[in-house]
Design a protein around this ligand. Sequence first.
Ligand code: SF4
Length: 330
Amino acid sequence: MGQTDRRNALLQVDRLNVSYSVGTRSVTAVRDISLAVRAGEIVALLGESGSGKSSLARAIVGLSPKEATVSGDIRYGNHLISDFDTDYQEKLFGRLRGRIVASVFQDAAAALHPLMTVGKQMADVMTEHFPSLTNSEVRVKSRHILKLLHLPPEAKDAYPHELSGGQKQRAMLAIALAARPRLLVADEMTSALDQKTKNVLLDLVNGLALLERMGILYITHDPKEAETLCAGRVIVMYAGECMEAGSREHVLEGTLHPYTKRLLDSDPAKAERQTVITAGERVTSPMEGACPYYSACPRRTSYCRMEKPFLQKVKEDHYVRCHYVPMEDD
Ligand code: SF4
C-alpha cells in the first residue's frame, strides 16, 4: 500500500493469506493483505465480524490456530518470517512476542491468569525477556506501567476477579506492555466495555503512540473508534480483502468505496439520514471472479460480476478496490 508508509516500518506485512481447512474444503479468511506500521503510528484496521481482521491479527503475531494455513511475508525490523510451518519461524515468533510485538484481544477475562496477581503476571513477562532484572527493578517498572495506564498501584496485588471490566482490559494491556514492546496489536480491545471506559482506553492507546512512540495496529468493527483514534492510516477489510486504504483523512473523510461508505453510515449517530447495515446482515462469501462486494453493493453492474477490481491507487496515499472510482487525473 504505497512505498512511503514502509520506510522504517516496525512491522511490514506483504501479501498475507490465511485459509482454514473445513472438512475437505479450504476457506480463505484473508487474501493478499499488505500493510506497514511505523514507530509512533496508529493504523486502524476496520471491518465487520467475518471480514478476516482477527485471522489477520492472529497470523501477524504467530498465534493462528493449527488448522490455519498462512502464507506471505511478515517482517519485524530485520526479522523476516515467510515460511510459517518451520520450527525456526515458530521459535522466532516466540522470541518476538512480548519484546518486539505484544497483542491484546477482546476477552481479558480469558487472557488473564485467574490465580496470579496482575503484578506477578507482569513480573513473569519482564523476567522472561530480561532475566537480569532485580526484584526492585521489576517493582519500579511495574509501577511505571500501571501509572501509565491509569491503574492504581494496588492493582499490582489484585487478582483478575477483583478488577472491573475496564481495569481488567488495562491489566491485560499492562501485562502486554511489561517487556516494553515496540508494537502493539490490539484486536477488538474495547468491544465489551461501556462508552466511558472505551474512551479512557482509546486515550491510552493514543498516548502510547504519541508519548511512547509505540506502533499500534488497532483492529475494530466500529468506525467511531477509528475516528476517535489519532490513526494515521485506515485499512478497510471485507470478505478477507482490502477494499480501501490510505490516510485517515482520505478513507474516513474522502471515502470512495461503497462498502466503506456503508460501514461509516452504519454509525448510529448518523443512522437517521443514512442507510444502516442491519444486525442480521452477514458478510457473504465472494463469488469467484467477481468483485468481493458484488452481492451487497448498491452500485454493482454486470461488469462487477465478471471482473474483479484491483486495489488501485486513486491518489497519493489512497487505494480503492472498485471499478467506478474517479482517478486523480480523470
Ligand atoms: S466494483 Fe462494482 S460491485 Fe464492486 S464495489 Fe465497485 S461498484 Fe460495487
